[in-house]
Ligand binder design. Structure first.
Ligand SMILES: N[C@@H](CCC(=O)N[C@@H](CS)C(=O)NCC(=O)O)C(=O)O
Length: 215
């Protein structure tokens, strides 16, 4: 039987790829990777080979092509239930946080794109970004206060992975995560797969158009 293949974007920029990739690594789901550099002349054609949706990530398991980060996470969770918290109410909250991230926070996602290599960029938030940032601080703080940490729901789960790009973005643009969440961000960043992702992102040489690497 062939090993499932996860098609991802380059690590420095592809926040949607990071989410299921991290879940799969933490769950011990065996897979191979195909990396497609984003925003290059051949990107669309390359992605189209794997998904008519024109987006990465895509998980290919035999004849099955699963696209969209949350669908991939749910597929992995069917075989590895520890992807979500064991307790029903916590599981529902973890899914709510994850769905809110998946569907929302467009202001932050657009104004503060993930760029792991860049550091110390300051971009003044407008009103929509301020609202997103406040909401993110609130929901991280609330989850950690309920669980007692160290991760959002005690042990690592998919909600931590869904918010992992927030850690990268807030670090790049020096945005405060709010009381309580800084320790969570440090614990998350110290996970071995997260360290591997960051290290590989720093070594990548692909750059998207108009990108300048910060200090
Ligand atoms: N809702 C999708 C969003 C995926 C997405 O927007 N992926 C970006 C990369 S992070 C992409 O494939 N962009 C295509 C391109 O840049 O051509 C998911 O959750 O997987």
């Amino acid at each position: 039987m062939s090993v499932p293949k996860l098609v991802i974007g380059n690590r420095n920029y592809s926040s949607w790829s990071l989410r299921p990739w991290l879940v799969m690594k933490m769950a011990g789901f065996a897979f191979e990777e195909v990396t497609i550099p984003l925003d290059h002349p051949g990107t669309a054609a390359e992605i189209a080979r794997y998904s008519p949706a024109g987006r990465v990530p895509v998980l290919i398991d035999g004849d099955l092509h699963i696209w969209d980060s949350l669908a991939i996470i749910e597929y992995v969770a069917e075989a590895h239930p520890q992807v979500w918290p064991a307790e029903r109410a916590a599981r529902a909250r973890a899914r709510s946080l994850s769905a809110e991230m998946h569907a929302g926070f467009t202001a932050v996602r657009e104004r503060y794109p993930m760029n792991i290599r860049a550091t110390g960029r300051r971009i003044e938030p407008g009103e929509p970004e301020k609202q997103d940032i406040e909401r993110i601080r609130g929901l991280l703080g609330d989850a950690l206060a309920r669980s007692g940490g160290p991760m959002l729901f005690g042990a690592f789960c998919a909600a931590d992975a869904m918010f992992a790009p927030v850690v990268m973005r807030f670090r790049t643009y020096r945005i405060d995560l709010g009381e309580g969440a800084q320790q969570w961000a440090e614990t998350l960043s110290a996970l071995s797969p997260v360290r591997d992702w960051i290290e590989a992102a720093r070594k990548e040489t692909w750059m998207i158009e108009h990108e300048e690497v910060g200090e």
